[in-house]
Write a protein that binds this ligand. Structure first.
Ligand SMILES: NC(=O)c1ccc[n+]([C@@H]2O[C@H](COP(=O)([O-])OP(=O)(O)OC[C@H]3O[C@@H](n4cnc5c(N)ncnc54)[C@H](O)[C@@H]3O)[C@@H](O)[C@H]2O)c1
Length: 266
């Protein structure tokens, strides 16, 4: 018997923000493998273009667009360009964020000294950027009567960072990161329940610690505390991305899919 491919994304148009960063290319590889057309959007289009060159080597095609996720005008411009070129938007991955890879100016400051400017900068990109993406692109999806939005949260949007891991490692987890990601999970539930009956599904995906050449004390402590005994490989988010983007998750609404090796389970 011929089974329909639940994960089929043929010709679905996908926007991935933070397109020049570590994980966007993984999302692109995953969606492209099931037939989607990929738009990588970033405030830094040079990084986006570099990511696209690397993807091409793997047979993945994508185009780059500029978008500052903190600006409603920038989202509107992206929307207009993509709808003009492709006719619709089926998938949005709100993935842009300030992270340990792309730090704000004083990302490593202690809580007691954490500058308000950094708090605002991180909240603006991680949370307000996700809000604006849902609002502007979601409005288009409502007109279409269909769409899937995936908001990238973090294990530190579910639990607090374990403050014992970081001293002496050169890595920090600022308050605004964790709080913004808790906000992303809350925002996801709010919009998801508002639009569930209108054909637009909104879910969150929570990555755990992704291995990116970490070593030393940090790696030792993190691995010891993770039930699975290791950090995630960046490719291990691919299955979750395809699942949430596709009709395989047609009844999944306001969910936070946690892919963290069990970190938040104990
Ligand atoms: N890497 C991890 O270990 C990890 C773990 C948990 C969650 N996450 C989340 O996954 C997402 C992707 O992480 P990553 O590791 O690829 O991050 P990254 O730092 O490698 O990339 C982030 C990208 O966002 C872009 N960006 C920053 N401000 C922007 C703005 N105003 N408008 C548009 N783009 C902007 C940057 O230019 C950069 O290309 C983030 O939301 C992050 O919080 C990552």
């Amino acid at each position: 018997m011929n089974q329909p491919n639940l994960f089929d994304l043929t010709n679905r148009v996908a926007i991935i923000t933070g397109g020049g960063g570590l994980l966007a290319s993984e999302h692109a590889i995953a969606l492209h493998a099931y037939g989607a057309k990929i738009i990588l959007a970033d405030i830094n289009t040079e990084n986006c273009n570099a990511a696209i060159k690397k993807l091409e080597v793997e047979g993945v095609t994508a185009i780059a667009k500029h978008c500052d996720v903190t600006s409603k005008e920038s989202w509107q411009k992206l929307l207009d360009e993509v709808v003009n070129e492709f006719g619709s938007i089926d998938i949005l991955i709100n993935n842009a964020g300030f992270t340990n890879q792309s730090k704000s100016a004083n990302y490593d400051a202690t809580f007691e000294n954490f500058p308000l400017d950094d708090w605002n900068t991180i909240m603006n990109v991680n949370l307000t950027g996700t809000f604006l993406g849902c609002q502007v692109i979601g409005k288009q999806m409502l007109l279409q009567g269909k769409g899937s939005i995936i908001n990238i949260a973090s294990l530190y949007g579910v639990v607090s960072p374990n403050h014992n891991i970081y001293p002496g490692t050169g890595i920090s987890q600022p308050v605004a990161y964790s709080v913004s990601k808790h906000g992303v999970v809350a925002l996801t539930k709010y919009v998801a329940t508002l639009w569930a009956s209108k054909g637009v599904r909104v879910n969150a995906l929570t990555p755990g610690g992704i291995f990116n050449n970490h070593g030393g004390l940090f790696l030792e402590r993190f691995q010891h505390l993770n039930p699975i005994g290791r950090m995630s490989d960046k490719s291990e988010l691919r299955g979750g991305i395809v699942y949430l983007a596709s009709d395989a998750s047609s009844h999944v609404v306001g969910h936070n899919l946690i892919i963290d090796g069990g970190w938040t389970a104990w």
